[in-house]
Ligand binder design. Structure first.
Ligand SMILES: C[S@@+](CC[C@H](N)C(=O)[O-])C[C@H]1O[C@@H](n2cnc3c(N)ncnc32)[C@H](O)[C@@H]1O
Length: 250
């Protein structure tokens, strides 16, 4: 019977976990990928402190599309009293659960499920909802934002790739009925990549422009949405506005 640590080392990892025996997981994208995780965690951690204050002991969090659980694990480690991670891929849920077992974190649990199927009746509502690295892999991003709002009690943090947006006016059926564009979506084809551990499960991906994302967040019921400023040393995608992290408040 292999130990839990041996089980970790026999698997492939997206995140560099530091394990209790002093070893770390080897990441399959090489060490560079960890920079994007570290940047996002630092931005997220600062945002939670800014929006909700330093005391996290009474707060709960939900990590939608948790992959192998690294953000959920960091949320629990930073003091949240209960953290639930959800991912469409059962293998990610198994890997994440192994990590919570190793660290004996009873407050950290994981569940297999599609974001679109999550409801407050099933999971309850959470003070903080995370949706990192998911929106641009979905064919129903508006539905996913509605789920985020339905499950959120205080703060929702969304991190996503964005596309350049179109602006202007549309003759909407007639030149007498002109409407302004509120944003736009780019379509990305992942239909050949759905086997990938980070990919979409359907392959049809609608990626929002920043205008679209901010407008939609308001329309699904958040009272405000603020783009977080990346630090100077941020991963290049965030630094160059190819991805954004947005804090939306209930
Ligand atoms: C790019 S990874 C992001 C993982 C993690 N949130 C992060 O930011 O590091 C996308 C994740 O979304 C999951 N996923 C894709 N489609 C999903 C869906 N419809 N519902 C739930 N999870 C989904 C994938 O299995 C994968 O773990």
């Amino acid at each position: 019977m292999s130990t839990l640590i041996e089980q970790v080392h026999s698997r492939e990892w997206f995140y560099a976990y530091d394990l209790p025996d002093g070893s770390s997981t080897t990441t399959y994208h090489g060490i560079d990928i960890q920079a994007i995780h570290d940047t996002r965690w630092n931005m997220l951690d600062a945002c939670i402190g800014h929006c909700l204050g330093p005391e996290r002991g009474g707060l709960t969090a939900l990590d939608l599309a948790c992959h192998q659980g690294w953000f959920a694990y960091n949320m629990a480690r930073s003091g949240f009293s209960r953290v639930l991670g959800v991912d469409a891929r059962q293998s990610h849920v198994d890997d994440s659960s192994l990590i919570s077992q190793i660290y004996e974190m009873d407050q950290l649990s994981f569940l297999q499920g599609d974001i679109h199927e999550q409801t407050p009746d099933q999971t309850g509502k959470f003070d903080v909802v995370l949706m990192l690295g998911l929106l641009y892999h979905l064919e129903n991003p508006v539905g996913a934002l509605r789920v985020c709002r339905a499950l959120c009690k205080q703060l929702c943090v969304i991190e996503t790739q964005i596309v350049p947006g179109m602006t202007g006016f549309v003759d909407y059926g007639s030149y007498q009925y002109v409407r302004p564009l509120k944003g736009s979506f780019g379509i990305i084809d992942e239909t050949g990549d759905t086997h990938g551990p980070e990919a979409s499960v359907t392959g049809v991906c609608l990626v929002p422009s920043l205008d679209a994302l901010l407008w939609l967040l308001e329309k699904v019921g958040f009272s405000s949405a603020e783009v977080l400023e990346p630090p100077q040393e941020a991963y290049e995608q965030l630094l160059h506005h190819k991805r954004v992290m947005v804090a939306a408040r209930v």
